[in-house]
Design a protein around this ligand. Structure first.
Ligand code: DGL
Length: 263
């Protein structure tokens, strides 16, 4: 089905997921939306994030997206069920949490796993609930790391502060774990620094590739794959600054032209 894949995040962190989707599914056209006017989501209350998520769905539906991929853990934590009910049969709705939960269920049975994410993601308990719903034998140790997103968003101009990362990872909550879930789509941008902290002794898991694989399997199963590339991706943000545009390189691997939302 030659309709685009809609991907959204509170900002440009979700571009890490868009990158993986592009790499795995080059024939799919993408409409990416970054809600930069309302960034960050991670510290906002659930109702506010839900409002934003529904508004973004309207926008992606208007652009005929066949799938809406919530490339934001905080939005998925606050609004996934609501968005699914709202969108109904108009598009499929996927998120970045289910692929990760499936992955740890199959690869880390019986092991203690760490999770870092925004306050919204961690306090919602969404990962633990999904693990429990699938009766997965995984012990989750979750820590909210609210300083990381602002640091990453500002990293293009201000750089990465390894001390902030180390302080979080030294928390007693995250001791004796076999793997660490990066429960925020901004965090792949600091994956190297996190691996450096652990000296590669444990698996640092980001959802980008597993989400792209999950999406591909979904499209194949439902016979929704595009048969040809329509030739244009769109990257739209609700507020545009030059720094955002420059920072796309960090998240997408190449600079992309951002369009500011006008409608
Ligand atoms: N990228 C978002 C996530 O995966 C968080 C960024 C924010 O706090 O807005 O949770």
């Amino acid at each position: 089905m030659n309709r685009p894949i809609g991907i959204f995040d509170s900002g440009i962190g979700g571009l890490t997921v868009a990158r993986a989707v592009k790499d795995l599914l080059p024939k799919e056209a993408i409409v990416y939306f970054g809600d930069t006017a309302n960034l960050p989501y991670g510290d906002k209350d659930t109702a506010t994030i839900q409002d934003h998520a529904l508004r973004i769905c309207d926008l992606l539906l208007k652009r005929q997206c066949k799938v809406i991929l919530m490339a934001c853990n905080s939005a998925a934590a606050a609004a996934y069920d609501l968005v699914q009910a709202y969108v109904g049969k108009r598009a499929a709705v996927l998120n970045v949490i289910d692929p990760m939960v499936n992955h740890i269920g199959s690869q880390f049975k019986g092991q203690p796993i760490g999770l870092i994410g925004t306050r919204q993601t961690v306090q919602s308990g969404i990962y633990a609930r999904k693990i429990q719903a699938l009766r997965l034998d995984v012990q989750l140790k979750a820590l909210a790391t609210p300083l990381l997103v602002p640091m990453i968003e500002a990293s293009f101009t201000q750089g990465i502060n390894q001390e902030i990362i180390d302080n979080y990872l030294q928390s007693p909550v995250l001791q004796h774990i076999e793997a660490l879930i990066l429960g925020c789509t901004h965090y792949p941008a600091i994956k190297t620094q996190i691996q450096t902290f652990y000296q590669h002794r444990l698996a640092v898991l980001d959802a980008t590739t597993m989400t792209a694989t999950y999406l591909r399997n979904f499209l194949v199963y439902h016979q929704l794959l595009s048969t040809y590339y329509q030739g244009q991706d769109h990257f739209v943000v609700s507020a545009l600054t030059a720094d955002f545009e420059k920072a796309t390189r960090i998240f997408f691997g190449e600079a992309v032209h951002l369009e500011e939302l006008t409608d």
